[in-house]
Design a protein around this ligand. Sequence first.
Ligand code: 13P
Length: 249
Amino acid sequence: MRSKIVAGNWKMNNDQAETSNLIDALKAHGDFGTTRVIIAPSFVNLAQAVTLTADSGIEVAAQNMHEATSGAYTGEVSPAMLSSVGIQTVILGHSERRAYFGENDATLAKKVTNAFDHDIDVVFCFGEELEDRKSDNHFNVVKSQIANALFALPAAAWFKIVLAYEPVWAIGTGETASPEQAQEMHAFIRGLVQDQYDAVLADDVSILYGGSVKPGNAQEIFSKQDVDGGLIGGAALSAADFTTIIKSI
Ligand code: 13P
C-alpha cells in the first residue's frame, strides 16, 4: 500500500555502540505518526537493532542480500539469515552496490526473487549517472533498470516493493535533484508501472527520492505529488537531522 516512508541507509557507518546510541536517540524523539520509519544498519548490527527497536514502530532493513539461498559464497548473507534475526525488508540495487560490487540488472532480478521467496520486502534503488542526465538519457536508463529487474514479476509481488529513485550525481554530493526534477522522474516511473501493470497498482506503489536529502530541503521535495518519502544517507546518521526529515513529510 502506498505510504509515507522515510528510510535511513546507514551504509558502512556505526559500530555496535553507535548503532545503539543512534536508535536510542531516535526513540527519544517519540511518535512519528503514520510515517513508516526504516533504518538500515550494517549486517553485524541488525540483530541488535531489531531488539532495540522492538515496539518502537521503527523498522529495520538490511542494506543488501545474496541472490542464492545458501552455499559456498564466502562473506555473503542469505535471506533466510536475515529472516532469522527478524529482518523483513532489504534494500537492493543501491548505486554503490552496482558501482563497487558489480551488481547488474540480472543479479538484481535474482535477488528480488529470492527476497520474495523468503517473504522479505524490497526497497529497490535505481538512478542515472550525471552523463546520462547531461545526454538526456536519464529516462531510458531508469526505465531499463526498473524493467530488467522488476517487470517479470507478477502484479501480486508488487505490494512488497518500494521504489527508490536515487540519481547517482546527487548521492553524497550535496547536490539534490530539484523538487521539479524529482517529481518529473517519479511521475515517469509511476507511468512505467501503469503501462506494464495497471493504474491501481501504479497508484499503490511508494516511490522514494534519495540523494542529499537534508533537513533544509526535505519538505519541498516531499511536497511533490509523486514523492512518497526519502531514502536518506548522510543525514540519517544524525538523530536530530533524521527526525527533522521524518517530521517534514
Ligand atoms: P546521501 O543522502 O548521503 O546523499 O545518500 C543517499 C543514499 O545513497 C541513500 O541510499
